[in-house]
Design a protein around this ligand. Structure first.
Ligand SMILES: *Cc1c(COP(=O)(O)O)cnc(C)c1O
Length: 422
């Protein structure tokens, strides 16, 4: 399929090249529904594979500890300017290696070990780095967690306020990895103000929706915005921290020299390209299409008798609760994978099962929307999911193989950005 795409790699290391080629085929043929994944453009892929990789540049544009930064400074300054413009913030740091180190830098900037920090509980949809026990953030800091209401699957802002006023956390995180609903940044801001806490919006999942105007922006409400660049934002694997001018020094010092050494300049270049793409009208259309697809898919799943956490979605993500079905999340996820539909198993709020064998499946529409699928295709996708879950319950491998053939067939008509045509 792509033997000639990486000629130097193929001749130097055919074994590794074969793995990459196989991954290209997999990404082309499957229906990728993992909500934190996407397809980057060919331009982002190219920028991420440049000789910028060869350069050490500890410090920040104009203030480096190494010489020869003429071009690197321009790359990083461009990425910073674009981030500021796109997200409407005073300051942007584009150096964090990924979302988890970005969040760790926020702790370093504003808290001391042992301080109380507050975030959404992991099994409720929060992220590990919001003070959950198995994370460094939960063992070096005193993590307290809020959740969602059992009856609605929504955040109870009155309960969050009560808890925040009782705990007076140094940091409050809003945002998460399995939240299908709009985050009320203004409500969190009021709570943080009352509690005297620094408010961090971790928008890793929804940054692209915010950039495209399909989710409200946290910029005017929070102290720090943390985001990855590789999810709905459709950039390379990396992260950014953004804030008002008053926190700029603390954030920059925490990222470097506090936590990291040299920035990954090839990634910075890819981020700059992704931010440029995200500023185009076509990206606004993309972000809205992601949400329209997710709403259509949620409606089609509900019609087919699926139970969805919070009853649906406002964004790119759907959390299917399989508690009422005969198959747990992991069995369903593995069966879907054999059917060419790639998802991840996930806990659902108040999950009666264990985190490594939970009751939910998490899906999302960023990748399929990048390939041009639209709302008219969502009933088909819901059908495949429904048939695959039924097949999993019956152990019907033939049915899964039949779905896989249908998936491969449809996906062949929707070439993915950055991938060679099949
Ligand atoms: C994905 C994610 C992260 C972590 O990003 P990594 O790049 O995987 O370290 C942090 N916070 C949230 C809310 C996320 O969804």
């Amino acid at each position: 399929m792509s033997a000639s795409r990486h000629p130097a790699l193929l001749s130097t290391d055919p074994e590794l090249a074969s793995f990459v080629a196989a991954e290209e085929v997999l990404q082309a043929q499957t229906l990728r529904l993992i909500p934190s994944e996407n397809y980057v453009s060919a331009a982002v892929l190219e920028a991420s594979g440049t000789v910028l990789q060869n350069k050490y540049s500890e410090g920040y544009p104009g203030r480096r500890y190494y010489e020869g930064q003429q071009n690197i400074d321009r790359v990083e300054a461009l990425a910073i300017e674009r981030a500021k413009g796109l997200f409407g913030v005073d300051h942007a740091n584009v150096q964090p290696y990924s979302g988890s180190p970005a969040n760790l830098a926020v702790y370093l900037a504003f808290a001391k070990p042992g301080d109380t920090v507050m975030g959404m509980a992991l099994p409720m949809g929060g992220h590990l780095t919001h003070g959950w026990g198995v994370s460094a953030t939960g063992s070096w800091f005193r993590g307290v967690q809020y959740g969602v209401r059992a009856d609605t699957g929504l955040v109870d802002y009155d309960a969050v306020r009560e808890q925040a006023l009782a705990e007076r956390p140094k940091l409050i995180f809003c945002g998460g990895t399995a939240l299908p609903r709009t985050i009320d940044f203004a409500a969190f801001a009021e709570i943080a103000r009352e509690a005297g806490s620094i408010l961090v919006a971790d928008v890793a999942h929804i940054a692209g929706l915010i950039a495209g105007g399909a989710h409200p922006s946290p910029a005017d409400h929070v102290d720090v915005v943390s985001t990855t660049t590789h999810k709905t934002l459709r950039g390379p694997r990396g992260a950014m921290l953004m804030c008002r001018e008053e926190h700029a020094k603390a954030i920059d010092k925490a990222v470097f020299p506090g936590l990291q050494g040299g920035p990954h300049n090839q990634t910075t270049a890819g981020i700059a390209v992704a931010l440029h793409e995200a500023a185009q009208p076509s990206f606004t259309a993309y972000a809205h299409a992601v949400v329209a697809n997710a709403k259509a898919l949620a409606a089609a799943l509900l019609e087919r008798g699926f139970d969805l956490v919070s009853g649906g979605t406002d964004n790119h993500l759907i959390l299917i609760d399989l508690t009422g079905k005969d198959v747990p999340g992991k069995v369903a996820a593995k069966a879907l994978d054999r059917a060419g539909i790639v998802v991840n198993y996930n806990t659902v709020p108040f999950d009666p099962r264990k985190p490594f064998d939970p009751s939910g499946v998490r899906i999302g529409t960023p990748s399929l929307t990048s390939r041009g699928l639209s709302t008219e295709h969502m009933p088909v996708v819901a059908d495949w999911i429904s048939r695959a879950v039924d097949a999993a319950a019956k152990g019907d491998e033939q049915a899964l193989a039949a779905i896989r053939a249908e998936v491969t067939d449809l996906m062949a008509a929707f070439p993915a950005p950055g991938l060679p045509l099949s």
